[in-house]
Design a protein around this ligand. Structure first.
Ligand SMILES: [Zn+2]
Length: 379
């Protein structure tokens, strides 16, 4: 009779749930997660009953800290009487961000007709690509002419990211072989600049006017800079101040009698036979990037009619075109002002355009220029 009683009472205990199931409740790590920082693994001991924690096969204590970058498998066993539960949690610690996005070929600053980019992809990294702020499939070439901005964000499953922005231009302008050769001859083989390299302005520059220009000189300067700025990617801006500037990105124009030219750095004879120097232009500070400071000196003792030509001639020199077209009297770069030219010829404009193209940089030599322009030469 007694035996039956015990059996019955156990049955009642089981039915009424007086021996609770073990519950596995872990804090600190979750299945499938990737963590960047240390994790502390904690188990709710009261709910688990008798338990074991194994991390990658090794027994660990409650409150264990995981800090090494690795893949982990946590196996938990919890037991109450004959009730046993097991659970496994896989997680990863990875505090390394993705690499900065890079390309199989280094992006160029300027493209002809189309630009294509091929990403170096890292495993387990997701790449989000935007072109001009819109989602973009990087496998498609870009063909729209103009300025573009490519933005790539690399996101790893640990949530860390790296990004890269590339600005480039698609420019489909072409040149005749004659224009390119004239440019190269002008820059690299003129009498004035033997063994020279390309030199140009790369940022907006302030123009200061000193000395005694006439009203007509000032009008001419304003109109010339307005026209020339339309041809340049930068602006040369006339400043109202006549305080002597020593700042970079400045072009100082002095109107002084020609006997004072030597005070401004002119070396050589002012007169040669019936020819007389009426003005000159020279860079006075340059860097690897380009012209930082330059001066123009205009003689106030020449006839106003000719002086208008001299002013434009020296301005064009100061852009970085220091040579002359000795045999083309229609050009502003004809060395004498008796042609009274006050307009740029198409070839003059072409020389400015080529010098100020994207891709043509200070310090380039003749072969660099040929390489950059080669694909654009169309007869
Ligand atoms: Zn000259």
């Amino acid at each position: 009779m007694r035996k039956v009683f015990i059996f019955l009472s156990l049955l009642i205990l089981m039915l009424s749930g007086c021996i609770p199931e073990p519950e596995i409740h872990i804090e600190g790590v979750k299945d499938g997660e990737v963590y960047v920082k240390d994790r502390i693994i904690e188990i709710d001991e009261n709910r688990a009953g008798e338990y074991t924690l194994k991390l990658n096969g090794e027994t660990i204590q409650n409150g264990h800290t995981v800090s090494e970058n690795d893949d982990y498998k946590l196996t938990i066993t919890a037991k109450r009487w004959w009730n046993e539960q097991t659970k496994s949690i896989q997680f990863e610690i990875d505090d390394i961000p993705p690499n900065k996005p890079s390309f199989k070929d280094e992006p160029k600053e300027v493209y002809y007709k189309q630009a294509k980019f091929s990403l170096e992809k890292e495993e387990d990294v997701m790449y989000k690509v935007k072109m001009d702020d819109k989602p973009y499939d990087i496998n498609n070439p870009v063909t729209e002419e103009g300025e573009h901005k490519l933005f790539i964000k690399a996101v790893k499953d640990n949530g860390l990211l790296a990004q890269k922005e590339v600005e480039f231009v698609i420019d489909n302008r072409t040149y005749t072989r004659k224009a390119v050769d004239t440019f190269k001859h002008f820059i690299f083989h003129s009498e004035e600049q033997q063994d020279q390299k390309v030199l140009k302005w790369t940022k907006n520059a302030s123009v200061y006017i000193y000395g005694n220009p006439t009203g007509q000189d000032r009008e001419a300067l304003e109109s010339y800079f307005n026209r020339i700025n339309e041809l340049l990617p930068i602006d040369l801006l006339i400043m109202e101040s006549d305080i002597h500037s020593t700042g970079d990105y400045s072009l100082s124009i002095f109107f002084v009698p020609s006997h004072k030219f030597k005070d401004y750095g002119f070396k050589g004879d002012l007169e040669n036979g019936n020819k007389r120097i009426v003005g000159f232009a020279a860079p006075t500070k340059v860097s690897e990037e380009g012209i930082l400071r330059s001066i123009i000196v205009i003689g106030t003792d020449t006839d106003q009619r000719f002086r208008k030509t001299t002013i434009l001639h020296e301005i064009v020199h100061s852009l970085g075109l220091y040579g002359h077209f000795n045999n083309n009297e229609h050009s502003i770069l004809y060395p004498y002002n008796n042609n009274m030219v006050t307009e740029l010829t198409d070839m003059d404009k072409k020389m400015i355009e080529i010098l100020y193209r994207p891709g043509i940089h200070t310090g380039m030599d003749e072969s660099d220029v040929e390489r950059v322009l080669k694909t654009r030469i169309k007869e």
